[in-house]
Design a protein around this ligand. Sequence first.
Ligand SMILES: NC(=O)c1ccc[n+]([C@@H]2O[C@H](COP(=O)([O-])OP(=O)(O)OC[C@H]3O[C@@H](n4cnc5c(N)ncnc54)[C@H](OP(=O)(O)O)[C@@H]3O)[C@@H](O)[C@H]2O)c1
Length: 295
Amino acid sequence: MADAKPRILIQLDTSPHASVFDAVTAIDAGLDHLLQYREVQPDQVRDLIHGAMFTRGPGDLKSTAVFIGGASVDAGEALLEAVKKVFFGPFRVSVLFDSSGANTTAAAAVLAATREFEGALAGVPAAVLGATGPVGRRVARLLCRQGAVTRIGSRELERASQVADSIQAQTGVRPASFASTTTTLAAALDGVQIVISAGAACARTLPDEVWTKLPALKVLIDLNAVPPLGIEGVEVADRSTPRGHVRAWGAIGVGGLKMKIHKQAVRTLFASNDAILDAEEILAIGQAIDAPAPP
Ligand SMILES: NC(=O)c1ccc[n+]([C@@H]2O[C@H](COP(=O)([O-])OP(=O)(O)OC[C@H]3O[C@@H](n4cnc5c(N)ncnc54)[C@H](OP(=O)(O)O)[C@@H]3O)[C@@H](O)[C@H]2O)c1
């Protein structure tokens, strides 16, 4: 049998510089060559992907893969759609989509929550703060897919409602939406067992005087690593750490899981030539990492 071809990852990035973070993570995941393209536009994708599809025989195409990244999730989604349209028959390569780290971060946050509920979130009341950003939108979508009874918050109710519309279009499930203002937050979070805060860096989303008075609350997850942190009283390195009556995860605690998921997702690309790894598939990769080893 011929030797396997070198593993090549083609990094298509929509930003002015291809992400160093994504490049280092990919190399640490064990690929042989990284080819980087920046400021990629959807109308440029066809020729780039033809270069990936037509250079190796069908049996070797699993050694070529594509990573889509960049600061804008919307721009990345447009590239992903353009890439998928180029493939036909056996002429395809696997693709990992993680613009802004949104998918791997959201998967890690939902996996952390799942660990606190013995592996299943179905029926669990959960809220997402900062749900209108790239990470929050993915967290909310994954929670809905897992069957959590999800509420999503924004400082503007209308923005939360628009995100609820798009999640309903994607999943068939409509999360409830709420305004996360100082005066409305306590009532909006009444009864939730999980709060995941995906607010912007340096933005405080949840004061301790609110969450300490939520008796149903069991888990707090804060994705903001830059002080002031999102949830008052949660520390950045918390990893299922008891805080008051709840278990807490901070951004670094979740970040460890994110890195494991991100690297495993890159390795998964080279197992076949037809994987498309978006939020749901990336969460499944995280769940497989967590699964007990067979006896
Ligand atoms: N731990 C990790 O591995 C990791 C990886 C990637 C990202 N992150 C972190 O994850 C969080 C979410 O990332 P992102 O890119 O989705 O964030 P983002 O787009 O910058 O912000 C998310 C949302 O936060 C809300 N927000 C903005 N300023 C605010 C303020 N002053 N007070 C309260 N809310 C405010 C906005 O929602 P509304 O205007 O609708 O209220 C915004 O849509 C960030 O803190 C980021 O640093 C962590």
